[in-house]
Design a protein around this ligand. Structure first.
Ligand code: NAD
Ligand code: TYD
Length: 342
């Protein structure tokens, strides 16, 4: 494991993982392969740009000939696949790109990994594959999958294909299923960066429904450390959950966020809910802990640290919110009615 192809490495978690690898492993080389969709951003990788061990190639994971050429040219031995369409709300508006990238694109990468006999294919997955989790249970890796949004269904398909390649071809596959990540470089369509930046702009925070949905908000660096542990110490053909193992109501997350900003709770605005909104995700992370990994931040610490990053890094998020994002925001939120919550 020395020459990495990090697909989707110009996105939020992928870029954080690139920095993690370059900082921790002096003898590793990293090629980022990314289509630069609306969510991809080379500003996420400026800190790596002068590193001779790093290269960027713009390309689509659905483009098999280019993927194969990049693997050969760079003597790639390991693929870590972060490339995906990732936002549930966009998948509800238009699932097509999700099927293309998250399902077909994953297949293209698996097939290339098989063809060139790579040492490892690691698939980045999500807790959303388990679906809504009733109170009292936390998902373990052997639980059945029950995705409920087009995004979750496409990610589940990617996981199942990766597992099939392990069983059928003995391709050395591992999978991590992460809880909600937060931290530097997250596109401000996701709830935490959306709410911090809205508050900094004096705009309201559109909380879906009653705001009592539960999520495990984990620090992206803890997730990256978990992926690293699975790559180096995980068992082939296995899935590992990654999260804090805690969960928080969205309204509590908003209160912490506003408190860290010193902003008023009057900014909270309850709006019509997301269709099919999963009420609760909850991960049991014992299997990864048994490999010697521990998260360094609980949800509250992760939220506070994330808020401080966005406060300090307007250069990064302001241009995004002034670009394509405006049209998206209007489409997604423009006709969403405010609701009263008792
Ligand atoms: P992101 O949306 O910030 O970035 C996705 C990246 O993939 C972008 O750089 C984009 O340009 C690239 N991309 C999209 N389609 C592509 C294609 N066809 N070919 C090449 N590149 C393409 O996403 P993220 O939040 O960093 O998520 C990364 C991975 O982690 C995804 O697989 C996602 O499902 C998973 N995940 C995310 C979270 C989360 O909270 N954000 C939680 C668990 C798992
Ligand atoms: P999100 O960041 O989209 O992640 P996911 O749906 O993948 O968990 O949303 C996190 C939670 O925040 C989820 O319960 C939906 C809620 N949410 C809002 O209340 N308002 C918003 O504007 C957004 C984007 C999300």
């Amino acid at each position: 494991m020395k020459n990495f192809l990090i697909t989707g490495g110009a996105g939020f978690i992928g870029a954080n993982f690139v920095h993690h690898l370059l900082e921790k492993y002096p003898d590793y080389n990293v090629v980022v392969y990314d289509k630069l969709t609306y969510a991809g951003n080379l500003n996420n990788l400026v800190d790596a740009s002068d590193d001779p061990r790093y290269a960027f190639i713009r390309g689509d994971i659905c483009d098999a000939p280019t993927v194969e050429r990049v693997i050969q040219d760079n003597e790639i031995d390991t693929i870590v696949n972060f490339a995906a369409e990732t936002h549930v709300d966009r998948s509800i508006m238009d699932p097509d790109a999700f099927i293309q990238t998250d399902v077909y694109g994953t297949y293209v990468l698996l097939e290339a990994a098989r063809k060139f006999g790579l040492e490892r294919y690691h698939q980045i997955s999500t807790d959303e594959v388990y679906g809504h989790i009733p109170p009292g249970h936390s998902s373990v890796e052997t639980d059945p999958v029950a995705p409920r949004s087009p995004y979750a269904a496409s990610k589940t398909s990617g996981d199942l294909m990766a597992l099939a390649y392990w069983v059928t071809y003995k391709l050395p596959v591992t999978i991590t299923r992460g809880a909600n990540n937060i931290g530097p470089y997250q596109y401000p369509e996701k709830v935490v960066p959306l709410f911090v930046t809205n508050a900094l702009e004096g705009k309201r925070l559109p909380v879906y429904g009653d705001g009592r949905q539960m999520r495990d908000y984990q620090w992206v660096g803890d997730h990256c450390a978990g992926i690293d542990v699975v790559l180096h110490r995980g068992r082939l053909g296995e899935i590992y959950n990654v999260g804090t193992g805690q969960e928080l109501e969205n309204l509590k997350m908003v209160e912490i966020l506003l408190d860290e900003l010193g902003a008023s709770r009057d900014l909270i605005q309850h709006v019509e809910d997301r269709p099919g909104h999963d009420r609760r995700y909850s991960l049991n992370v014992d299997k990864l802990k048994a490999l010697g990994w521990e998260p360094e931040h609980d949800c509250e610490a992760a939220i506070r640290k994330t808020v401080r990053w966005y406060v300090a890094n307007e250069w990064w998020w302001r241009p995004i919110k002034e670009g394509e994002f405006r049209q998206y925001y209007e489409e997604m939120y423009g006709s969403r009615k405010e609701i009263a919550v008792g």
